[in-house]
Design a binder for this molecule. Sequence first.
Ligand SMILES: Cc1cc2nc3c(=O)[nH]c(=O)nc-3n(C[C@H](O)[C@H](O)[C@H](O)COP(=O)(O)OP(=O)(O)OC[C@H]3O[C@@H](n4cnc5c(N)ncnc54)[C@H](O)[C@@H]3O)c2cc1C
Ligand code: SF4
Length: 338
Amino acid sequence: MINFEYSRATDVADAVRQIAADPAAKFIAGGTNLIDLMKYDVERPMRLIDISHLPLKSVEETAGGGLRIGALVPNTDLAYHPLVEKRYPLLSSAVLAGASQQLRNMASTGGNLVQRTRCFYFYDVATPCNKRTPGSGCSAINGVNRINAILGTSESCIATHPSDMCVALAALEAKVHVAGAAGERIIAFADFHRLPGNTPQIDTNLKPTEIITAIELPAQGFATNYSYLKIRDRLSYAFALVSVAAALELADGRIKEARLALGGVAHKPWRDPEAEAGLRGQAADSNAFAKAAGILLRDAKGFAHNAFKIELARRAVVRTLTQAAKGTPQIQHSKKVR
Ligand SMILES: Cc1cc2nc3c(=O)[nH]c(=O)nc-3n(C[C@H](O)[C@H](O)[C@H](O)COP(=O)(O)OP(=O)(O)OC[C@H]3O[C@@H](n4cnc5c(N)ncnc54)[C@H](O)[C@@H]3O)c2cc1C
Ligand code: SF4
């Protein structure tokens, strides 16, 4: 491991001051991704700024009827928070589908958004990878690409974003509150993560000197008709091959509002406004769901080992929407263990 300096931020202003003075430094929260990346020699920050003691650990109701979730709320506390369980069970369900209980106890809400891809070659420093070393090439395009993307890929990178939480946050149209030397700003969730294009080394639109302070959920939580389905190689402690967050508002058997996001298929949670618009006003049945799935996957392109994901995702969308419409969500079996 390369030597590095360590300092602890005392408050958000201090964290912003410290990172502005040393933009090559990195914030560390739960450390569940960053420490692995440092051990694998993928990331080599010369300084870590520990933000884990900042007062960003509460979940509060907003004046607009939504929730403000502090960036340091651990994944476990978020999933089991009474207001989240009651009003945003889609988010609880997605969080509980991720990682393991021990990891969720450590992992922070902000860190989950900024975690890096699980592409095998990104972690293998003996191989070319444009995300790790820009301009070196992409080993996955002609390599073992079973876990890689089928949507929004580029000639530079076909990595996926590995988060479960983010798929639900995308469907719920959350907002990301950030602070930096230039002040505070709010980023719509759809604009937070980027597609790889020819700069796959840049995962998000968060500036290197900005800190995430909170995630804001709007009032509409879709608590009655929702489902999060995660399909993976093992039943736990594995990243999604394909995941689906579906949320519906129904009135007299018809769809009044629909949200649909895919995980495990792209560099960011994948949504398509046309798929959701096509569901509005329709009867909540398999015809409408299959049509939405077709629109969502219309530009999908498979590689040597992952073309199976296209049909898998189509079927997963129909199944998840069916569960959501029936009010019988996929349950992630997990009890709180601290
Ligand atoms: C074996 C394993 C399995 C996993 N499985 C899943 C899974 O199935 N689904 C899933 O969703 N996740 C999974 N995870 C990922 C895990 O959820 C993330 O590692 C975790 O959420 C990251 O949070 P952290 O607080 O530990 O981040 P850290 O490791 O501390 O930081 C990660 C990155 O985020 C940055 N960062 C952290 N907080 C902030 C902030 N407030 N503002 C700006 N930047 C910040 C850091 O600088 C760093 O670059 C898994 C992880 C492991 C190790
Ligand atoms: S897909 Fe992206 S992360 Fe994976 S090897 Fe190619 S450039 Fe690197």
